[in-house]
Design a protein. Structure first.
Lengths: 394, 394
């Protein structure tokens, strides 16, 4: 896949990553062409995108009857429901499938895209966390590349260009530390939704912003790195880097360390995945701001204080236990974050509920898709049950 | 050149880089074999090295009759004079030629090694600064790789692995800033030899340590980078980084920046040049100390204050003027630093003398070896003349 224009099938076009993917396409019309678009429920924006990019195939998951009605009015040609997403993922005219959704919705389309021989650019954390073993095995069998769209994993990928995977000593993921990097446990207990949504360096959706505040997000990234780069958990570390300039690092067996840096930008990892191995000139596009030394004068690195961020520990425990534990982790976290965002539980209760759910989880080894989805659904339900009882205080 | 053991011909084996090259060979006996050794005058150490590494060919430049006598006694098999160095550089059984000398002595042997089809690992600054056009043209014609042994250029090289040269936006060389990073012009005027020899992060020979204090060394590195990576001077920048952890950076056209880092170590760039594209495991060798985050907690970057470091400006001016100006710069600097080290001139007079010499220089375009050497010799003589007169204060 080295020629342009590349034909893109985009799942999750109305979300944050989806919209930024279309920004990149808009600035590089000679390089990319959108051939298929799918969204969950934002029909108005999807219709605008269809008008601008003229995809040959449009799909909308349409999770309510209201959305379904809107689709029939505004986008009568769109395919509704899960089969629409699968049609986009496997669309014959696409070269590359971009999984830009969050949550479970990306899992089956991603596996379908791999099966159809598409290069997959993946921004969907849950797919790799829950089903990394299935995704990477399928990609290996189909000789399909899984390219990260995510600043940390793109950084690691870039540091590995021209290097041998067998010469990696450690992957070092950087973490901004989120808004509560310096908060005490007492202060964390009293955190409000507004405080948790105010991320110091990145603007993202609500769920991932809360996951960044609890460091769950960084824990999930450790699992993603494990699957994407086939590196054991013992060789993956996290260091807090409040400036979010160095996006991650790779240390090699000779003691040499490579880092990748930029001002915070999601457009950069998106461009890199879409155009790889070509780098596109961003200077005149305004997509990536120039990083000037020494205006970026100080880069700081601190140890992650794990006791204050139990979600991070829980993610690594689920990773090591494997089986359906990571799926239960994802499901429990989704539900617990929702309870926090709707004011039903406190900030530290997110971790308490997840831990209580993981303790009750009956894992199975080498789960298939159905089992991973089931484990996640079970965990969501268990969070709801526990949140209403007093049992969760363990 | 991908098989081991690699057979090494080493010029300058008793100097700092030469000894560290032999450290690497000693720790990786399955990877490297020393087949030829050459030194200038340290016969005792050269004889010890011959006993340890059993090269098939030994040479000694022997710049005095005393040294010549010592060679005849201790190393009767050694070839004396410049022809010995050329024999080492072109030795048929060698795969890779390491130019580890400083000064002019490396120039002709390096060109001879290229002519003989050897991969060249180059630590010799003067060769590239004075004759970069000749060296790179010859290497291009002979399809020979010129590999840097130098922390900054090795860093750039490593950042470019797997990348396309046409996608470079800028090379950013880091500079420790030397011992006088914060000194005022007044303080610089009063600098003693002892102060100038006390480099904060690197231990090196006297000449290069003074060049680091004046920032001449960083200026020469800009010229080297230009030749090694074929990047115009306008795309090469220098930023002060006092910790000497990030050894240099490359910014690409998409706004992505790669940096290479380690604790200060010359063994690492030596290993990288000798074993490329393989990375050798340094962990048990003690050659490269582990860099631990967050024990390396802060990386700082500052602008280079060029008015306080006129040698840096002069190097860039000579670079832009090209012709024999860079050779005159090198010759003038060598002589001026010697005058400073022997207490005959003050620290700021190094730059004053060099500037006065460059102003008097009659350059020729596209000089051959003879012309580059002549320009350098002329500049040395002119420094001596001017240092005895009052004309130099311009």
């Amino acid at each position: 896949m080295t020629t342009f224009p590349r034909r893109i099938a985009l799942l999750g076009s109305t979300g944050s990553i989806g919209r930024q993917t279309l920004d990149v396409v808009r600035r590089f019309p000679d390089h990319f062409q959108v051939v298929a678009l799918a969204a969950r429920s934002n029909v108005t924006l999807l219709a605008q995108q269809v008008q601008e990019f003229h995809p040959s195939l449009v799909a909308c998951f349409a999770d309510t009857q209201g959305v379904e009605q809107a689709v029939r009015t505004q986008l009568p040609e769109a395919i509704l429901g899960p089969q629409g997403l699968l049609a986009v993922a496997t669309y014959a005219d696409a070269d590359i499938f971009v999984a830009a959704t969050s949550g479970l919705m990306g899992l089956q389309p991603t596996l379908a895209a791999i099966g159809a021989g598409k290069t997959v650019a993946i921004a969907n954390k849950e797919t790799l966390v829950m089903a990394g073993h299935l995704v990477m095995n399928a990609a290996h069998r189909a000789h399909v590349a899984i390219l990260p769209i995510d600043s940390e994993h793109s950084a690691i990928w870039q540091c590995l260009h021209g290097e041998s995977k067998s010469e990696i000593r450690r992957l070092i993921l950087t973490a901004s530390g989120g808004p509560f990097r310096r908060a005490s446990l007492e202060q964390l207990r009293a955190v409000t939704v507004e405080q948790a949504l105010a991320h110091p360096t990145w603007r993202m959706g609500a769920k991932i912003t809360i996951d960044s505040a609890t460091l769950m997000n960084k824990g999930l990234e450790v699992l993603e790195a494990h699957w994407l780069f086939d590196v054991p958990y013992e060789q993956i570390e996290v260091v807090v880097h409040p400036e979010s300039i160095v996006h991650s690092m790779v240390e090699f067996i000779d003691g040499s360390l490579k880092m990748q840096a930029s001002l915070p930008s999601m457009h950069l990892p998106i461009m890199h995945a879409l155009a790889y191995p070509t780098r596109l000139p961003s200077a005149e596009t305004g997509l990536v701001r120039d990083l000037h030394w020494p205006s970026v004068a100080h880069l700081n690195f601190e140890e992650l204080d794990i006791p204050r961020f139990p979600c991070f520990r829980l993610a690594l425990e689920a990773a090591r236990l494997s089986g359906t534990y990571p799926s239960a982790l994802v499901g429990a976290d989704e539900e617990a974050v929702e309870l926090f965002l709707t004011g039903q539980i406190g900030f530290l209760e997110i971790a308490e509920l997840i831990e209580a759910v993981l303790e009750r989880h009956q894992s199975i080894s080498y789960p298939d898709i159905a089992a991973t989805i089931e484990a996640s659904a079970w965990a969501r339900a268990m969070v709801r049950t526990l949140s209403k009882s007093s049992v969760r205080h363990i």
